[in-house]
Design a protein around this ligand. Structure first.
Ligand code: GRG
Length: 313
């Protein structure tokens, strides 16, 4: 499959929907929201939701409000994470951070608005039963909140500058980054009404891919890769895989997570090709990982990961 094309079409779908939800307005708040939300970004969370929906049998138009909600939650977390009280970053998605352009107060409000509007988008989604919607909303709230992303951020702040163990780093990553990626996959499946073994397998995929993604991000950061803008983990004295295992150990760990993700979705057939290609891409964006030893679908042509890297950067 052509991963580049797949990612580009799905990202366009998400971009169009986000732009339609936040059309230009004269207010400074709307300008600031659009500045951060429509600034590019890989859109990996909404794309995972759409891809999991395809595996489980949900049309994109039904998954889209939930996919966009995930991107809104993610963008709010980036805007708040960049604030002086947190990572104090000047650059995000290749441009000056929200607080640098609009001021700290407005950047806080951008995050507040995006988080709230994410739940508005899900509550007003059409075509999905109220029961399913409530379940997805509850799961996204849990993944974003104290027991997920925000809790992980708190652990991360507390761990900065201290010696830490692999178990602790894994826990921080699972909460801070993994929870949202995991629920992105589950959300797509839940829109389709997936349950039982399909949901379990997709959940394992989401968990493993979430960890692989964060480890890869740690490696890129340690290597000073241009994909990771802002201040480095080293400067911030963050708990990372390379800090605990070294870069090679971290790479091996990312590969193990990728392989576990691929194993979880092995029975799924051609509809899962995008998820397989994304799993490969997630570790290959570190530039040093080989393909999975056992191709998931032997007949499938190699995924053009080099080109996909350009799209996702
Ligand atoms: C609630 C303030 C607050 C923070 C939550 C997710 C998070 C914790 C902070 C974001 C900062 C950060 C660098 C987290 C690591 C996760 C990560 C790799 C974020 C970048 O995600 P990408 O690569 O970014 O998907 P794009 O720009 O492509 O969307």
């Amino acid at each position: 499959m052509d991963l580049e094309r797949y990612l580009a079409t799905r990202a366009r779908l998400v971009e169009r929907e986000l732009a339609a939800r936040f059309p230009p307005l004269r207010t400074r708040l709307r300008q600031a929201i659009r500045y951060s939300l429509l600034a590019g970004g890989k859109r990996i969370r909404p794309i995972l939701a759409l891809a999991a929906g395809e595996v489980a049998g949900a049309p994109s138009r039904l998954v889209l409000p939930f996919a966009c909600a995930l991107e809104m939650v993610h963008t709010y977390s980036l805007v708040h994470d960049d604030l002086p009280a947190m990572d104090n970053d000047d650059m995000r998605r290749g441009r000056p951070t929200s607080h640098k352009v609009f001021g700290e107060g407005m950047a806080i409000l951008v995050g507040d608005a995006l988080l709230t509007e994410a739940f508005h988008a899900m509550a007003t989604a059409r075509g999905v039963s109220a029961e399913r919607t409530v379940r997805i909303v509850g799961e996204i709230a849990a993944a974003a909140g104290e027991g997920g992303m925000v809790g992980g951020q708190a652990l991360d702040l507390a761990a900065a500058g201290r010696a830490t163990s692999l178990a602790r780093v894994r826990e921080i990553h699972r909460w801070k980054t993994g929870a949202l990626l995991r629920i992105a996959v589950r959300a797509g499946a839940l829109v389709a009404g997936a349950d039982g073994v399909v949901l379990r397998r997709l959940t394992v995929y989401g968990e493993r891919i979430g960890l692989a993604f964060q480890i890869a991000d740690d490696i890129l950061d340690a290597a000073g890769h241009p994909a990771s803008d802002g201040r480095t983990d080293l400067e911030l004295e963050k708990a990372t895989y390379p800090a605990v295992l070294g870069v090679d150990g971290a790479r091996q760990a990312a590969l193990r997570e990728r392989d576990a993700a691929l194993a979880a979705i092995r029975p799924f057939g051609p509809a899962a090709e995008p998820l397989r290609a994304i799993a490969d891409y997630v570790v290959e964006r570190t530039g040093l990982a080989p393909h999975a030893a056992e191709p998931a679908t032997p007949a499938a042509p190699p995924v053009p990961v080099a080109r996909a890297r350009r799209v996702l950067r």
